[in-house]
Design a protein around this ligand. Structure first.
Ligand code: NDP
Ligand code: GDR
Length: 331
């Protein structure tokens, strides 16, 4: 039975990856940081099948202990301050968690279990300003946010540990990927949640930022399989994971609202609060290397993904209303 340690297991990707590894009979260890209230929503159905280890990415001692306890064959470093917009008001926190902590994690592995295979969650945000389209493994980086800058550090320190210490360290340069478990502040989920709330009469408008930016959106469930595939190869390497298709935020609005029989133009209000100090205008990935070398395949397309997210948010909002009504009756 293989053993895997996942950081960021309570997040979107961590939860899908944990499910995938459990389905492959892995013993899964999850690093969780202390929170004042429990935060198991994404992993609720598998919570009892994960070995939980307390720790924080900014605390090297806790990571050393985590690697010692897990004794992993594979380490997936998914933990991060992952919201780009939050990285301007919190640049130092973002650097500590998203950049320097990658070294913490690599050090913990190097000290305790240097033979463990290591996956780093790199990002298309590293490409930032358009230098080449589509973006591939060889495209130069030009990050446009403190988050993007932090991810460039995480990427290069992973490459550096591979080259310096002969560690099996891979970096997956993943383009935007979404799901019903996406955090509510990210644009796809913000939109599908709003569609559900508007449809149920709980919300009357949706305040948005730049509708012209273009993103290459895939399904998180497909992308975690690529992470695993990277660690099954003979040699460590870096791979772009993307759909090769891009859509504007405006198109996302159109697809999500019209699926629920609504016209987005009647609800969307542009609010400067959601416009970023520097924008990444266009992301489009070329994942041909991953498709050829990893035999990685995309299963869920853009429309199917957005429809799935609207469906799930509709169900969730309806359940919340039922719960609220029942509670009101009881009290
Ligand atoms: P989420 O924001 O959903 O999850 C982030 C996870 O990191 C959470 O489990 C969070 O814990 C954990 N975390 C944050 N800070 C710390 C800390 N100090 N110590 C320990 N754990 C911490 O992100 P995603 O699942 O969407 O993304 C996973 C990774 O992939 C991230 O590194 C992200 O930057 C990267 N990425 C994501 C892409 C995407 O489109 N989703 C694309 C490219 C890269 P808690 O639940 O306690 O907050
Ligand atoms: P991104 O995702 O920054 O690409 O980072 P996000 O969904 O936040 O933004 C995508 C695009 O939508 C535009 N936008 C808005 N975004 C949000 N969140 N809210 C709005 O109201 C809004 N209006 C317009 C943004 O300006 C942007 O252009 C995600 C994260 O998962 C990162 O962790 C990951 O590394 C990258 O994807 C790849």
């Amino acid at each position: 039975m293989k053993r895997a340690l996942i950081t960021g297991v309570t997040g979107q990707d961590g939860s899908y990856l944990a499910e995938f590894l459990l389905s492959k009979d892995y013993e899964v260890f999850g690093l969780r940081r202390r929170t004042s209230t429990p935060n198991y929503e994404n992993v609720y159905s598998i919570k009892d099948r994960i070995h939980w280890i307390s720790g924080d990415l900014t605390d090297l001692a806790s990571l050393i202990e985590a690697v010692r306890i897990a004794d992993p064959d594979e380490v997936y470093n998914l933990g991060a301050q992952s919201f780009v917009a939050a990285s301007w008001p919190q640049p130092l926190l973002t650097s500590q968690i998203t950049a320097v902590s990658v070294t913490n994690m690599l050090e913990a592995v190097k000290i305790v279990k240097p033979t463990a295979r290591f996956y780093q969650a790199s990002s298309s945000e590293m490409f930032g300003k358009v230098v080449e389209t589509p973006q591939r493994e060889t495209t130069p980086f030009y990050p446009r946010s403190p988050y993007g800058v932090a991810k460039v550090y995480g990427h290069w320190i992973t490459v550096n540990y591979r080259e310096s210490f002969d560690m099996f360290a891979c970096s997956g340069i993943l383009f935007n990927h979404e799901s019903p478990r996406r955090g509510l502040e990210f644009v796809t989920r913000k939109v599908t949640d709003a569609v559900a709330r508007i449809k149920h009469g709980l919300q009357s408008e949706l305040r948005m930022g730049n509708l012209d930016s273009l993103r290459d959106w895939g399904f998180a469930g497909d992308y975690v399989k690529a992470m695993w595939l990277m660690l099954q190869q003979e040699e460590p390497d870096d791979y772009v994971i993307s759909t090769g298709e891009m859509h504007t935020v405006r198109e996302l609005l159109q697809v999500a609202f019209s699926y629920a029989g609504l016209d987005y133009e009647q609800y969307v209000v542009i609010d400067p609060e959601f416009v970023r100090p520097a924008e990444v205008d266009l992301l489009l990935g070329d994942s041909s290397k991953a498709q050829t070398k990893l035999d990685w395949k995309l299963e869920v397309g853009f429309h199917e993904l957005i429809h799935m997210m609207v469906d799930e948010d509709m169900k969730r909002v309806a359940a919340e209303i039922r719960y609220h009504d029942a509670f009101t009756l009881v009290n």
